[in-house]
Write a protein that binds this ligand. Structure first.
Ligand SMILES: Cc1cc2nc3c(=O)[nH]c(=O)nc-3n(C[C@H](O)[C@H](O)[C@H](O)COP(=O)(O)OP(=O)(O)OC[C@H]3O[C@@H](n4cnc5c(N)ncnc54)[C@H](O)[C@@H]3O)c2cc1C
Length: 369
């Protein structure tokens, strides 16, 4: 049985980020990915740039303003914290060759985990292609996360046949009774991502969402376009701290890196994998997913998610007013998990008090969401 210091399960965003940060660390690492090298799921990760990380150079589509539309229109000023994106294909193309060449990391595709046994101080991991023995496991499998509410989105990457300037929109709420909005992101390569997003207990099938996307493109952008590719995703929206089984460390979505009220995850993955890599290299740092601020934000999300679950229509007003009534930098720091105490207090002060107090009390008696 081959021995490694560390097994990383899953070569997605978290698994690859952590493996990259452990190159030349002196630790032996085996990354085990269920799918083959060619079966990669392509995603576009967008976020506000308020921290640097080793993948900065892969960023594109930098925006300094985003529109939010509901009954009215407001602008989110992103001039201090630009809204940027990374294409997961560029991420793969940057990291995977470096892992392949590194002396201490082995990346094994087509390796579905069959069994993990803890034996004294180490783990035996059984996979399709080989069995290994490791000291630590960092597991990013996230299929089993249950939630009462999901972010379900289906996007079209389109190319217009006649050039037209398109305004980026973070949220363009529809009139439906659901918490449903469109997201529009013109990209540097000339394509435009148009995405229909639900925050809903129901996991909509992508086919159920296509007519509305086509109608939105026709009514708001153009009816003369080609579809280049599509993107579909389901993110569990839960503020409950993930359980740890068998003392196996979690990373990525499965560690609770997703901001439950928005789905933003990428920057938290970077902060968390920085912390793990430093910890393994014996450099003391704090776990960003366990700070007091992180706990306060999860409590606030818990209340917000309960309101979205029970009153989706009112929640759209609350979300719109969050952007309209607060300073843009405070809102961005709030949504990016980096608010100051003053940001948090200002945002709480500008929230509708009655409904928040009502649902805050309900969360004491019912933890479920
Ligand atoms: C379409 C889409 C768009 C998104 N856009 C954004 C965005 O704009 N901004 C943002 O911040 N976040 C976004 N997210 C959320 C989040 O950033 C991504 O989902 C991110 O990829 C999560 O990384 P992860 O490593 O936790 O999980 P994943 O990327 O899902 O990685 C888990 C890996 O584990 C592997 N695996 C599963 N089971 C096994 C097994 N048994 N054995 C071995 N390997 C296994 C999977 O194949 C996968 O490669 C998006 C999510 C989706 C789905």
């Amino acid at each position: 049985m081959e021995k490694y210091d560390i097994a990383i399960i899953g070569a997605g965003c978290a698994g690859l980020s952590l493996a990259y940060k452990l190159i030349d660390s002196g630790l032996t690492v085996c990354v085990l990915e269920k799918f083959s090298r060619t079966e990669r799921i392509r995603k576009t990760w967008s976020y506000w740039k308020n921290d640097s990380h080793p993948f900065d150079k892969l960023e594109s589509n930098s925006y300094n303003s985003l529109e939010v539309r509901h009954k009215d229109t407001t602008q989110l000023d992103c001039s201090k914290y630009n809204y940027v994106s990374i294409d997961s294909k560029d991420f793969d193309d940057f990291i995977i060759p470096q892992l392949d060449e590194s002396a201490n990391i082995e990346l094994v595709f087509s390796s579905d985990i069959k069994k993990i046994n803890k034996v004294n101080t180490h783990y035996n991991v059984e996979v399709d292609s080989k069995n290994i023995s490791v000291q630590h496991i960092f597991d990013s499998r996230n299929e089993s996360i249950n939630a009462s509410l999901y972010q379900v989105f289906h996007g079209y990457f389109i190319k217009l046949n006649n050039y037209k300037t398109v305004t980026p929109k973070l949220m363009d709420f529809t009139d439906s009774k659901d918490f449903h909005f469109f997201y529009v992101l013109p990209k540097d390569d000339g394509s435009i991502l148009v995405e229909s997003t639900y925050f809903s207990p129901k996991i909509y099938d992508k086919n159920e969402m296509t007519d509305a996307i086509k109608a939105y493109i026709k009514d708001n952008i153009s009816d003369d376009y080609e579809i280049i590719r599509t993107e579909y995703g389901v993110i569990p929206m839960t503020s409950i701290e993930p359980k740890v089984y068998n003392e196996i460390n979690r990373i990525g979505i499965s560690a609770g890196a997703t901001r439950s009220s928005t789905g933003y995850t990428f920057m938290n993955i970077q902060r968390h994998t920085d912390y793990i890599a430093n910890h393994l290299k014996k450099i003391p740092t704090n776990n960003p997913l366990r700070t007091i601020r992180w706990k306060i934000l999860r409590k606030m999300d818990h209340v917000l998610l309960k309101i979205i679950y029970n009153k989706p229509s009112i929640s759209k007003d609350i979300m719109f007013n969050l952007f309209k009534n607060n300073n843009s930098n405070s809102v961005i720091r709030f949504l990016s998990d980096t608010p100051s105490i003053t940001d948090i207090l200002k945002i709480i002060f500008n929230m509708p008090k009655l409904i928040f107090i009502n649902y805050a009390i309900r969360t004491i008696f019912s933890k479920k969401i």
